[in-house]
Design a binder for this molecule. Structure first.
Ligand code: BMA
Length: 321
């Protein structure tokens, strides 16, 4: 297994998660055409890591690019976007692609993203090698964002979290779960989680959306998510966690009242969209009790935060809404 990026908690830091000292790890201009590189996904691959990166170009066209890394921190991102071939259907329109997630299930890496098809919906594709990519049916009708697959079938079916939305900046958002026997037809839609009451936990009172691929733990599925508050200066995105029942992940066992990480460093507060911490991927090592969360910072760059898996789980239980 590849060694995941890691830094011990800094002295005098009592937070459950802490930032990598060299953040951001990927600069907005990391490839020649990019305006910004953020909300991106990584997975262990070969003797290192592979990733699918959201790069908006200088025309601010949104697309996804493959990248590779030996250590999970220094990335070589392809200069050309991913080109899809048809997967389980004919080629369907993709006016834009953004906010990818990646997960290995059974024999291949599945990618979900926000796909432009007469409005945003959830696109699905797969690859075996991060060279050739195959595009499948969209999971849902527009409008939807934040499609996040579980890393294994649940009760014999693929399972995906998503957040039904509108065609704009969506002033609402609940997390739902849907199931599929074949990665093509999705149904059995169930509500997982709504925004919280303002007076209890205002950072997540406007909308919530799933982030990285959920992690199976002894306490249930650890789901890291983003929560949003609408302020007089617009939306502010922070990161929280929940524990979902293993066989019925629509049941929330615990959910953090305080956030795990909110915009506080300059690269999170200043950028194309200020005050955004938007997690899309996590690497973990259960034996070493390590968790590294990759997040988009201010819709501009990619950053990492670390935590002890056991402490994040305990924090979620001890500080539940
Ligand atoms: C969401 C998506 C994300 C973005 C966030 C903050 O609706 O567009 O890609 O990071 O808004 O702007």
């Amino acid at each position: 297994m590849s060694t995941i990026p890691w830094q011990d908690r800094p002295e005098n830091n009592n937070d459950v998660m802490w930032r990598y000292s060299e953040n951001p790890i990927i600069d907005r201009y990391a490839i020649p055409t990019s305006n910004s590189i953020f909300n991106s996904a990584v997975v262990p691959f070969g003797d290192g890591f592979a990733g699918v990166f959201r790069c908006d170009n200088k025309a601010v066209q949104m697309n996804i690019f493959a990248g590779f890394s030996k250590n999970g921190i220094d990335w070589d991102i392809n200069h050309e976007p991913i080109v899809m071939q048809s997967g389980n259907t004919e080629m369907i329109e993709s006016a834009y692609k953004y906010d990818p997630r990646v997960v290995f299930i059974e024999d291949r890496y599945w990618i979900t993203w926000c796909n432009g098809y007469n409005g945003p919906t959830i696109g699905i594709g797969y690859t075996f090698d991060f060279k050739e990519f195959f595009q499948c049916e969209n999971a849902f009708l527009p409008f939807n964002r934040n499609g996040v697959l579980f890393p294994q079938k649940i009760n014999g079916k693929y399972a995906m979290l998503s957040r039904p939305s509108d065609n704009g900046h969506t002033p609402f958002g609940d997390i739902w779960i849907s199931y599929s026997p074949d990665m093509k037809y999705w149904g059995e839609h169930r509500l997982v989680m709504k925004p919280s009451p303002f007076e209890q936990s205002a950072w997540q009172c406007t909308k919530v959306g799933a982030g990285p691929i959920p992690i199976l733990t002894e306490e249930g599925w650890l789901m890291i998510y983003h929560g949003v508050i609408n302020t007089c200066n617009g939306f502010r995105y922070a990161m929280g966690s929940a524990l979902l029942e293993v066989d019925s992940p629509d049941k929330v066992k615990y959910r953090t009242q305080p956030y795990l990480l909110g915009p506080a460093e300059i690269y999170e507060m200043v950028g194309d969209v200020p005050n955004v911490v938007f997690p899309c991927a996590a690497l973990y090592d259960k034996e070493e009790d390590k968790l590294a969360v990759y997040y988009g910072a201010a819709d501009t760059a990619v950053a990492i935060a670390f935590g002890k898996l056991s402490e994040v789980i305990q924090f979620t239980k001890d500080n539940s809404l």
